[in-house]
Design a protein around this ligand. Structure first.
Ligand code: FE2
Length: 428
């Protein structure tokens, strides 16, 4: 049963009763070019997101295949804030089920990774097979004729909640809602092309993890990768060392719904004077790199694009900046906080030099990355500013008020695309 939430505007009587919240859950008339701040702060909105988005018919990223190569290999993961287990079955297929014991709800898998023939809950030792079925429980028949489960207790009626799983070229996605469309249809042709550009069928190699908790709403992170406007202003490293600039050749592309997006950039070219003036606070002539290898670009994909950041609704950012590749997995932690799980990877056929280069270039990213440290900092400031002013709304009008692809990055169009979709899903 869904919680009854009053989504319509509260009537005057209720407002006058003095129990009305700081907002009325009514989206501003301007539409998707406005983002009411209560989407980042409100408990009821957060609950509804978990219900409709993360338990809904969407494909959430949960793991890479190269993290669980062998039968019995497992990884503890999340869909929204819901803990799950992703495991390689004996036949090579991938299963996912809730990390919540069928008995009393314990998150029975506490190891981040491992190999197992079965899982046993630490509390009452209920055991599970690699599909999440309950296979046994101690004292089921009682002891010396006393106690035990009722005679009609049926093990088959009890299991960890299963998720449907889709694997594409090494990346694993899962959904609690079995009615979800096929992964290809879900991504749509444009985003599928960008997905397959990095996940081209070559075997992947796990390079390492980084994790951080950011005291800002999870959507701040998701929309950050749909917002190229900030990239040339906030990120001193990008602009000063030329990895991403507003005057470079670039584009923003989306799927039909606006939920997924690709931020595309080609580094290099002569710095444009007008753009340089706009970015003057970010361009730092006093900064130099002692080791410039972190900037090196080894061409590895067709075409001359050097960075494609994909946002795959609802919880994944695929990072390809020069040669650093990572899955950024968003795990909401209440309205005001989220965890970001970074999984850096390369290809199994990388040369030792390429592997070393990818690991070195990973210094751009992560919690203390030369570039991405700025984003984590600014998201905490965002939460600080929206929380006490949650009767206000943000403005996303850069390059218009509508939603369509753009062949430049002086735009907030993909942020509008996101909230156009969000409103539909959330019934706002
Ligand atoms: Fe950024």
């Amino acid at each position: 049963m869904e919680t009854e939430i009053k989504w319509a505007k509260r009537d005057a009587a209720a407002s006058n009763a003095g129990d009305s919240p700081a907002h009325d859950y009514v989206w501003p008339d301007e539409g998707c070019s406005r983002i009411p701040f209560w989407v980042y702060t409100d408990e009821e909105i957060y609950r509804r997101e978990q219900e409709r988005i993360f338990r809904g018919p969407n494909w959430s990223y949960v793991a890479l295949e190269c993290e669980i190569p062998n039968p019995g290999d497992f990884k503890r993961s999340f869909v929204g804030d819901l803990p799950i287990v992703v495991v390689r079955d004996t036949d090579g297929s991938v299963n996912a089920f809730s990390n919540s014991c069928a008995h009393r709800g314990v998150a029975f898998c506490q190891s981040e990774h491992g190999n197992a023939k079965s899982f046993t809950c630490p509390y009452h030792h209920w055991s599970y097979d690699l599909k999440g079925n309950v296979t046994g429980l101690p004292f089921r028949r009682g002891y010396k004729g006393k106690g035990g489960m009722p005679a009609d207790f049926d093990l088959k009626q009890h299991r960890a909640q299963p998720l449907v799983v889709s694997v594409r070229n090494g990346a694993i996605f899962a959904s609690f809602d079995a009615t979800v469309e096929s992964f290809d249809a879900y991504l749509g042709p444009k985003l599928l092309t960008y997905f397959d550009r990095v996940f081209d069928g070559r075997k992947l190699e796990l390079l390492g993890y980084m994790r951080q908790r950011i005291d800002g709403n999870w959507k701040f992170m998701f929309e950050n990768l749909k917002d190229p406007y900030h990239a040339s202003l906030l990120h001193v490293f990008f602009v000063t060392f030329g990895l991403f600039r507003m005057d470079a050749e670039s584009a923003i592309e989306m799927d039909e719904t606006g939920r997924h997006g690709a931020m595309i950039n080609r580094r290099g070219g002569k710095l444009d004077e007008v753009a340089a003036h706009e970015m003057r606070q970010t361009l730092r002539s006093d900064m130099q790199l002692k080791d410039t290898r972190v900037l090196d670009l080894i061409r590895e994909y067709p075409g001359d694009v050097t960075a494609v950041m994909c946002t795959i609704w609802p919880n994944l950012i695929i990072q390809q900046q020069s040669n650093t590749l990572a899955m950024r997995h968003l795990v909401p932690r209440g309205p005001g906080s989220h965890d970001l799980h970074w999984t850096f990877f390369g290809y199994a056929d990388d040369t030792p030099e390429m592997r070393a280069h990818r690991i070195r270039q990973a210094n751009l990213m992560g919690p203390a990355g030369f570039v991405s440290v700025d984003d984590s900092e600014v998201m905490v400031m965002s939460q600080e500013g929206v929380t006490p002013y949650n009767d206000r709304a943000g403005v996303a009008e850069m390059a218009g008020r509508t939603v369509e692809d753009h062949d430049h990055t002086v735009t907030e169009v993909a942020v509008r695309g996101l909230y156009q979709h969000y409103r539909k899903v959330m019934g706002l």
